[in-house]
Design a binder for this molecule. Sequence first.
Ligand SMILES: [Zn+2]
Length: 298
Amino acid sequence: MGAVPARRRRPAGAAVTTLGIDLGATHVRAGLVDRDGRLSDVTRQVLPPGPAARLDAVRAVLAHYPEPAAVGLAVAGTVRDGVLTWSANLGLSDVDFAAELGRPVAVINDARAAGLAEARFGAGAGAATVLLVTVGTGLGGALVTGGRPHEGTGHAGEVGHLVLDAGGPPCRCGSRGCWEQLAGGVALNRTGAGLGPDGGGTPGAARLAATAAAGQPRAVAALARHAREFARGLDSLCAVLAPHTVVLGGGLVARSGPIREAYLAAARTLRWHTGPVRPARLGDDAGVIGAALAANLS
Ligand SMILES: [Zn+2]
């Protein structure tokens, strides 16, 4: 997994910290997290190809950090009772990390980790119930109540597959008209790609954002349409879940610009949620911090 710095010894008298590891689709990121959510000694490595190499990458991360008090691992996949049951991104299924790594490891889905971190130390701090919705290629999410993320049977938070239009575009899950097909990055990419001549490889969502920022009427109207679909799905979720605070995260909201502005503005017009709607605060650190928090849930 590339160059991982040599193992370090904890300095005498240093605070006891938890190791958080965020195993994403392309990178593994890790760091020590103290009780106030502060990160230190952050490492980030590109994942080598192949499922087995992903486990080796986690072993290498563990070898880098000197005897942390506890270890939490956030993974991009379905987690049930501490076992990664399935991850399309990582090509892994039925992995018991604690058994594989030979030490106690708290395993948590990456969106739930981000929700937990935002609820404790980020944009949802202080709220009893926090709904995080991430806007990336798809739409993901997590519900955190009383400081604990809802896991259910493992796939809780798959908000992107809320069906809003039974005759809509086909989705990777096998349904049609899922929320993410109408308002996720996949939808923005599709719309952006249809805006005029080839953009020279620029992702459709970025083209849509650029043309909307330039005031092109078609782009402005299309973005408004996606934002309305986003609000429609979010309103349905809020009707069911009644969160105190809604946090919007994910790459397409993290960057300032017309997509972030349109989605945040739309999310502040809901009928079923009159509480705060805030952009996520912790960015790429949320997964690592949330993984560490998961290791300390009693
Ligand atoms: Zn779907």
